[in-house]
Each structure stands twice: as C-alpha cells, then as structure tokens.
Design a binder for this molecule. Structure first.
Ligand code: UD1
Ligand code: MG
Length: 447
C-alpha cells in the first residue's frame, strides 16, 4: 500500500434494534464509541482524510468524530447513496478510498491494509473484503470467475438458487480507486428488490466499463456488525480478549485475564501485575513494576513506576500516583497528585489535593473539598503525617513534615514541622461503667 488513502465511514443508521436514544454507533465497546474504533483504525492506517456520513439530528455523533468532516444523509436510500452524501469530500481524491461501517468495530488495520494493497496491485476499480459465514443468509454473495476475479456482488434478496448457495459473502468493507469512484457510484440505480442504491452494484458498473474487481478473504470474527445489545456484548468480549492479549504480550501479568476489563487506550507498563477483577476505564496509563490488586477501579489516571494500588482502590479522573506510592483498600482518589513514595493506605477520600512526597495519610482521612458550591484545594506537604480519622477542610495547607493529631478537623494553614490537633477535652469517671451495668440489671432483670 503506497498510494494515498481516504476513508468514508457510514454512520447514518439510528439502529432501532438497540432500543436506545443514542445513535447506534455511539454505543461503547472497550470504553469507546464504536465509531471511535473505526476512526482510530483509519488513523492507524495513516488515512489522509476520514469522512463520516451521519444521519439527521446527530449532534453528539458530529462532536465525537470532530475534527473529521461529516456529511448528512437525510434520507436512507441505500449504501451507495450514503457514500455519495460525502461526494463533496470525495472530489479530487487520488489513490484509495475505503468504505467502512461505523457499526463494525472489529476490522484490524492489518486486514484493511491487505485489501488496499490488493486493489492497488492490479489497479482494480473495487476491492471487496469477503468472508465465509456458517450461514450466508442476509449477506451479499461474492461471485468470482475461474481466475478469482470478482465479477458481481448479488444481494441476498436478488439471488437465484445457484447464487444463494455461494458462501463467500460481502463483509461490507470495500476499497475504491479514488479517481473513478464518483462516476462509478453515480452510475448505480435503484432497480432492485429493496428499491435502494446498492454500493455493491459498483462491481457491475466497473465490469461494464471493462474495469476489474477483486475479493480478499478475512476471518469471520472481524466482520461482526452490531445491530443489537447482544451483538454489542459479543463485540465487547472479542475486543477485551484482544486487549488482554496485547497487554500480556507487552509484558503485563494478568493473573485472571477474563476478569480484567480494559479500555481501548489503556496503557500498562512492563512487569505490571494485575490481580483479578480490576476495571480500567478510559484514559489510564500505568508505569512499570506496578501491582494493581484485586477489585480496583481506575479511570483517567496515571500510576507511576513501582506504585502499589488496592485491593479495592478507586482512582478517579485526574488521579496522579507517583513512583513507589501506595494507595490501599477503600481509598478513593480524585483529581489529586499523590507524590512519590506517599502512602494513603486505608479508607480515605483524597480529592482536589496534593499529597507531598513520602507523606503518610492515616486511615479514614477525608479531604473535605466541597462546600456545596465550590471545589477547594488541599495541599499536604512532603513528609507530613496526617493522623487517622482527620478531616481536612479545604482550602487548607499542611506544611512539609507537619503532624496532624488523629481525629482532628483542620481548617487553617499548618506550618511546616508543626504539630496540630483539635480534640475535645477527655474526661474519665472511675467505676462508672460497672455501676451503670449493675443499675441496668436491676431495672431490667436481665443478667
Ligand atoms: C450490506 C451489503 C451486503 C453485505 C452486508 C454486510 C449493500 C447493498 N449490501 O447489506 O452486501 O453483505 O452489508 O453486513 O451494501 N447505511 C447508511 N445509509 C443507508 C443505508 C445503510 O448509512 O442508506 C449504513 C447502515 O447504517 C449500516 C451500513 O450502511 O451501517 C450497511 O447497511 P445495511 O442496511 O445494514 O446493509 P445490509 O442490507 O446489511
Ligand atoms: Mg446490515
């Protein structure tokens, strides 16, 4: 593949079988809308231009695919009509134009590159990605001649009995010679069973113009199109397995791969150990030699080399965990920097804060970051020690090396190396408990 590549992504369908207010292609797999996967694949192939055909009234979809240009297909008159909605974007292109469906997120860049290379090889007008399903019902059949050239694509509804027996089917992915594409598509009519402009008729048009076409085979597993929530789950499972394999081949240990959920953009370093039942939402980057213990949940956060996370830790967006830091059980960190070697080991909420290097945050410490109106910042200096069950009422600053006594509520600035504590005076009444129990036994008759 050496010529220029452009991509048209068809995303006009609402997907009624999803029974959703969202356009179908906005549903997520591996933490990312399906259309995003297809656009990423195009980017991976270094597409010079990626255009998206959308349906009417899909503002969120347009925002999601920005800055890629979108074209509205107002009436759904068929796949050729959909591609021609992007006619203004197709004008003047050279090389290859790939047509992809936004509801088919599993095609790999390698497979698509194979298709593009096959089209280029003999300067074919069209190259089609075909597959051999167990049940070909519903798919367009690929008709080939003795030399393996593609001579026609016949839609299921138009097949004669012999054609219906063909099990080589159109996956939907097609690659066009850019220079001829508009002329070819404009020659397609809608005189067929569905009364639609079939993109697949491009093969017939090319034949008439004495141009050749070719079919390239792909494994059925890549061709899955999502029309229902059940198929969405199937796509998710396939993508998860790919992501787990990739993470392991890059040097992460997943103790129980099937129970670890990754996002398409999860980055795990070398010698990372991920225990069972860990979820990575979008935007997570983990350094080398990190251990993420069971039942932790991470999203939009960065974990530095050698850090120790969990079990049962929650890292929310904006958490930045430094090298060698520890975040233990039932600790929630949001939009906060926990600097190198700091420890937040038990039962804490740290939000809108900085925890300085090597500081120790005692069990049950809470940063009170929200007054019902504003989020305020807590700054904890390097080497500070926050006693258990303390409330740090933001905005508040604890100096380097300061100690906060257990159970304190801190509302003002604490100087470096100071001790601060807020505590009600302790009282003790000797023998009171024993007397109380005796009185209650007499009163209730209980032993
Ligand atoms: C299409 C192919 C068929 C192939 C099958 C693979 C045609 C004529 N047929 O059939 O050969 O085997 O896909 O799944 O191309 N779309 C629009 N606007 C339209 C029509 C469709 O954007 O006017 C989009 C749909 O949202 C969908 C895709 O194009 O993502 C395919 O359309 P669909 O109606 O599912 O085509 P099939 O009949 O399945
Ligand atoms: Mg379909």
């Amino acid at each position: 593949m050496s010529l220029e590549l452009s991509v048209v992504v068809l995303a006009a369908g609402m997907g009624t079988r999803m029974k959703s207010a969202l356009p179908k292609v906005m549903h997520k797999v591996a933490g990312k809308p399906m259309v995003g996967h297809v656009i990423d694949t195009a980017a991976h192939m270094k597409a010079a231009k990626t255009m998206v055909v959308v349906g009417p009234d899909m503002p969120d979809l347009i925002k999601t695919v920005a800055p890629h240009p979108t074209f509205e297909q107002t009436d759904r008159l068929g796949t050729a009509h959909a591609v021609l909605a992007a006619k203004d974007g197709l004008k003047g292109l050279t090389g290859n134009v790939l047509v992809l469906y936004a509801d088919s997120p599993l095609f790999t860049a390698e497979t698509l590159a194979r298709l593009v290379a096959a089209r280029e090889e003999n300067d074919h007008a069209v190259a089609v990605l075909g597959f051999r399903p167990k049940d070909p019902t519903g798919y367009g059949r690929l008709v080939t001649d003795q030399n393996g050239n593609l001579t026609a694509i016949v839609e299921d509804k138009e097949c004669n009995d012999a054609q219906r027996q063909i099990n080589f089917c159109n996956s939907g992915v097609m690659c066009f010679k850019a220079e001829d594409m508009i002329t070819t598509l404009e020659a397609i009519d809608n005189a067929n069973a569905k009364g639609e402009y079939y993109l697949t008729d491009a093969v017939e048009v090319a034949q008439k113009n004495s141009q050749s076409c070719v079919a390239v085979e792909v494994d059925e597993a890549e061709t899955l199109g999502v029309n229902s929530r059940t198929q969405l789950a199937v796509a998710e499972a396939i993508l998860q397995n790919r992501l787990r394999e990739a993470a392991m081949s890059e040097g992460a240990t997943l103790v129980d791969p099937a129970s670890v959920f990754l996002s398409a953009d999860t980055k795990l370093g070398r010698d990372v150990i991920v225990e069972p039942n860990v979820v990575f939402g979008p935007g997570v980057t983990v350094g080398d030699n990190v251990v993420i213990k069971a039942f932790s949940h991470l999203e939009s956060c960065v974990v530095g080399n050698g850090a120790d996370i969990g079990p049962y830790a929650r890292l929310r967006p904006g958490a930045e965990i430094g090298a060698g830091a520890r975040v233990g059980n039932f600790v929630e960190i949001k939009k906060a920097v926990v600097e190198d070697g700091a420890k937040v080991n038990h039962l804490s909420y740290i939000g809108d804060a900085r925890v300085g290097a090597k500081a120790n945050i005692g069990a049950g410490t809470i940063t009170c970051n929200y007054d019902g109106f504003r989020k305020q910042h807590t700054d904890i200096g390097a080497g500070a020690f926050i006693g258990s069950n303390s409330s740090l009422v933001a905005p508040v600053e604890i100096g380097d090396g300061a100690i906060v006594g257990a159970g304190s509520t801190i509302t003002g600035k604490v100087e470096a190396d100071a001790l601060t504590l807020t505590r009600a005076e302790r009282i003790e009444k000797k023998g009171w408990a024993a007397k109380f129990r005796e009185k209650m036994r007499q009163l209730t008759g209980k032993k």
